[in-house]
Design a binder for this molecule. Structure first.
Ligand code: F6R
Length: 239
């Protein structure tokens, strides 16, 4: 695991964009896994700039998003499809038929089959929940879990209420790539920013590997880069 502590959010975003752009250049027909939430917004802005400068193209890529709320329509402004369209996909030349999300109805495991059919995920971008979740794999998720419907924890509902008018509007369920599915990706880029992530960062990176802290499963992956800003890294002892 390579852990880099950078000055601030802007530095994480631009360093992350360098890593993703290099991976796209290396494998222009690759399978790339995307995350939603506040953390990757700066990364996506930087990738749009790279695309506009003609440095990268998304035209050969297949995309696999990590998760989606159950119960919101695809055009709901808080659905993750809507988020990706507005934060990245709508601004670059990714082919719409190559964009994939875990299914909110039907058999969730079809998503794992699709990932396998496409040859596996080359690079997966991850954010980190303040409770240590990755994707919507909440504390207690099995490390060998696959794509499935999950209930959101009360802390995630609280954290995500900032995007909705009322916290009662936050969906209680989501479909998420499983931890095993995430660990099977060839390269992982984990981003965390801000003091509210500091505790989860320590527990993921320096604590024991335990299903109580889903992000701690990443310690067993052979190719993880973690980018932190100073606030998110404050608790680390091995800086
Ligand atoms: C989003 C996702 C979540 C977020 C996490 C952090 O697709 O899977 O695990 O990455 O909840 O969210 P933010 O970045 O909003 O703090």
């Amino acid at each position: 695991m390579v852990i880099k502590c950078l000055e601030n959010y802007e530095a994480i975003s631009s360093h992350a964009a360098d890593i993703v752009a290099a991976a796209i250049l290396e494998k222009p027909t690759g399978v790339f896994g995307f995350a939603t939430g506040s953390t990757p917004v700066g990364l996506y802005k930087s990738l749009i700039t790279c695309y506009q400068r003609g440095e990268i193209t998304f035209s050969g890529l297949t995309t696999m998003n990590l998760d989606e709320y159950v119960g919101l329509s695809a055009d709901h402004d808080q659905s993750y499809r809507f988020f990706m369209q507005h934060q990245l996909f709508g601004h670059v030349d990714v082919r719409p038929e190559c964009i994939n999300f875990p299914p909110v109805s039907g058999e969730p495991s079809a998503f794992d089959d699709l990932i396998q059919d496409k040859g596996g995920i080359d690079l997966q971008i991850l954010g980190l929940g303040s409770n240590g979740h990755i994707g919507f794999n909440e504390p207690g998720s099995a490390f060998d879990s696959r794509t499935r419907i999950v209930g959101l924890s009360s802390s995630t509902i609280r954290d995500n209420a900032r995007f909705f008018e009322h916290s009662r509007d936050v969906p209680r369920k989501a479909v998420t790539m499983g931890i095993r599915t995430i660990l099977e990706t060839r390269q992982i880029l984990l981003l965390a920013s801000g003091a509210n992530k500091a505790d989860a960062v320590v527990r993921c990176l320096e604590g024991p590997q335990t299903e109580d802290v889903p992000g701690s499963s990443l310690q067993s992956h052979h190719n993880v880069t973690v980018l932190l800003d100073e606030a998110a890294a404050t608790g680390l002892t091995q800086k």
